[in-house]
Structures are given as C-alpha cells and as structure tokens.
Design a binder for this molecule. Sequence first.
Ligand code: ZN
Length: 42
Amino acid sequence: MAFYNVCPFCGAHLDPGERCDCKEQQNERQQAAEKEKEAKTA
Ligand SMILES: [Zn+2]
C-alpha cells in the first residue's frame, strides 16, 4: 500500500499534501543561470 505521492517531475516520494521543492530548485537554478548570463553580457 502506498501512503505517499510520487513527484511527477523528479520521482521523489512525498507525504500526502507535501509539495516537492524540485520545481522551485529548478526555478532558482534558472534564475541563477540568467543572472550569470546578464553578468557576462554586461
Ligand atoms: Zn520533485
């Protein structure tokens, strides 16, 4: 019996109602990458 959800994005096991932070981490990484790009072009 499964009492956990599986994140469709990273496959992590989550407690019911728990939100995986993998997408947030992805966003942070994306923002960091864009900042780097800006720094290089500036
Ligand atoms: Zn995830």
